[in-house]
Design a protein around this ligand. Structure first.
Ligand code: RB5
Length: 141
């Protein structure tokens, strides 16, 4: 898959730890910024990642800000996005199996690197189970 990755300054360090893992897992990373610790506005980077999914350049996205909250709010304003803010691996797995989440949001000031990498691994390998969950997703279109 092509995975769009975006962050703000609060997520910049964690993005650097996540992107190589995504590549190691056999995916193509499309890094849409930001590219330094200089203060930036998270909605801009959420919009970039959501646009890359919307126009088909990428199949999924990962967004990282300080808490993950701003990114998840911004991403979920897009009708084609189901963004899940996850701080542990159970919700990461469920966000794929039940919600078919196409964006994972992480908090760079919340998670240690090892836990964040575990969450990303679980999320990227999780499969949507469909059935009644598909019906529920279709109710939100
Ligand atoms: C930036 O200081 C911080 O507000 C942002 O990274 C994020 O946590 C917002 O939800």
């Amino acid at each position: 898959m092509n995975i769009a990755i975006g962050c703000d300054h609060g997520g910049f360090d964690l993005k650097k730890a996540i992107a190589p893992l995504v590549t190691e897992m056999g995916h193509t990373v499309v890094d849409l910024g930001c590219f330094s610790e200089e203060s930036v506005d998270y909605p801009e980077f959420a919009d970039r990642v959501c646009a890359a999914i919307g126009d088909g350049r990428c199949q999924r996205g990962i967004l990282i800000c300080g808490t993950g909250i701003g990114m998840s709010i911004a991403a979920n304003r897009h009708r084609h996005i189901r963004a899940a803010l996850c701080h542990e691996s159970f919700t990461a797995r469920m966000s794929r199996e039940h919600n078919d989440a196409n964006v994972l949001c992480l908090g760079g000031r919340v998670l240690g690197t090892a836990l964040a990498q575990t969450i990303v691994k679980v999320w990227l390998t999780g499969e949507f189970t469909g059935g009644r969950h598909l019906r529920r997703i279709e109710m939100m279109r």
